[in-house]
Design a protein around this ligand. Structure first.
Ligand code: FMN
Length: 271
């Protein structure tokens, strides 16, 4: 099989998912036809794409052991006609639990044919100066692994005549899935006097949760705690308030210090 093009489809508030998908695509070595970044809510309200023969790389972060809800809800609307797909989740060195299985099940229901899957590690969204978690990941080593995963995918495609020649891609996870993030909303961000109202936080928020006329105010019911606004702030003026998630950041920073490595899942060739 030799799909002519690759398309990337991802939700990635703090960019680690995007970086890994791009590196895998480099390893595959085909032209990237389109990069569909569904992080901003405006994009998620547009008509979803339909895929034919091209190879698609789909990625999203793990939130509470599940796929981020906004990504999952959007992916469910995409249609494909047997298109080969590479499934990728990014997680912050705790666990990816049921997220990759969820991504696989959603994409199969949409009509994709999973070709390979991977769980990679990105700096935890909640990581900050006080509680560091998977700081600066993906790093050089992760990028090398993503590139070599891409090469393996290219090799697999080269040997393959038909997707039916492959066994199913087995990924870890349980169904019914774990509950995921609680739906409760609570104040999460404090803005310090260092804020100069530059507005960059407004532009990166995937949920339009920051009032553009008053960047000091966050709409708690919209916020998904992704920390895009915290990480992008050039003056480090957005900080985590005392909240259940700040407590979680402290616990994870203490309990999840052992470095986890990317895991990849490839199918077998049927004999
Ligand atoms: C609300 C929330 C929940 C998260 N839950 C998990 C989790 O269950 N396990 C984990 O290891 N990382 C978890 N993370 C960390 C992200 O999965 C990780 O930082 C990821 O690299 C972010 O992807 P992005 O850079 O593409 O936004 C969570 C992050 C947030 C914001």
């Amino acid at each position: 099989m030799s799909p002519d093009n690759t398309t990337l489809l991802y939700f990635s508030p703090t960019a680690t998912t995007r970086i890994i998908l791009e590196e895998i695509a480099k390893g595959i070595g085909k032209d990237v036809l389109a990069a569909i970044d569904i992080t901003k809510s405006e994009i998620r309200t547009q008509a979803p794409p339909e895929f034919g023969d091209d190879l698609v790389l789909i990625g999203a972060p793990v939130y509470g052991g599940r796929l981020s809800k906004d990504a999952a809800n959007y992916f469910k609307t995409v249609r494909a006609s047997g298109s080969p797909v590479v499934l990728v989740v990014l997680y912050g060195n705790r666990e990816f639990d049921d997220a990759l299985l969820e991504l696989k099940n959603i994409t199969v229901d949409c009509g994709f044919a999973p070709l390979a899957a991977g769980a990679f590690i990105g700096e935890h969204s909640l990581s900050n100066n006080e509680f560091t978690i998977a700081l600066n990941r993906p790093d050089e080593d992760d990028l090398e692994k993503a590139f070599s995963f891409g090469k393996q995918i290219a090799g697999l495609l080269g040997r393959l005549e038909n997707m039916a020649d492959l066994t199913s891609v087995n990924v870890p996870g349980n169904f019914p899935y774990k509950k995921g993030m609680p739906v409760s909303s609570f104040p999460f961000i404090d803005v310090t006097d260092d804020c100069d109202d530059c507005g960059i936080c407004v532009t990166v928020c995937p949920k339009n949760a920051i009032d553009e006329t008053n960047t000091w105010s966050t709409i708690d019911e919209h916020c998904i705690y992704c920390c895009a606004c915290v990480k992008v702030c050039p003056r480090q003026a957005r900080i985590l308030k005392d909240s259940p998630l700040r407590d979680k950041a402290e616990i994870i920073s203490k309990n999840c210090t052992r470095r986890k490595e990317p895991q990849i899942f490839l199918p077998e060739m049927r004999s």
